[in-house]
Ligand binder design. Sequence first.
Ligand code: FES
Length: 133
Amino acid sequence: MYSKTVLERFQNPKNAGSMHGANAIGQVGNAACGDIMKMYLKINENEVIENAKFKTFGCCAAIASTDIACDLIKGKTIDEALKVTNKDVVSLLGELPAHKIHCSILAEESIRAAIENYYKKKEKELKKANKQN
Ligand code: FES
């Protein structure tokens, strides 16, 4: 049912866990299955993603998808990371059963949610700085 890569990533994810010093955190969920993904990013001043980690309360495919998504965006700029789609995730996983494609979509959405969180924080900081001046 699952590819070798999915099973490997599920059993031994490389990027699992929370991150101390993350400056972007995004959480998404799927109401139908109840799975939740949380993505932690460390984005540097050049808007390059230095590190990505995740926590997933979910299925095997969700864990494997988010783990691969972290690998896909590490070292990329925000703009490049925003171009990563669930198709990229599935292609690295080998394949996913049709009823598990939404797990890879959740991984894509978690990247976007974290980046959105980064921009919101940045906007807040800018507003705060402008008030002080
Ligand atoms: Fe819903 Fe995997 S079954 S994310």
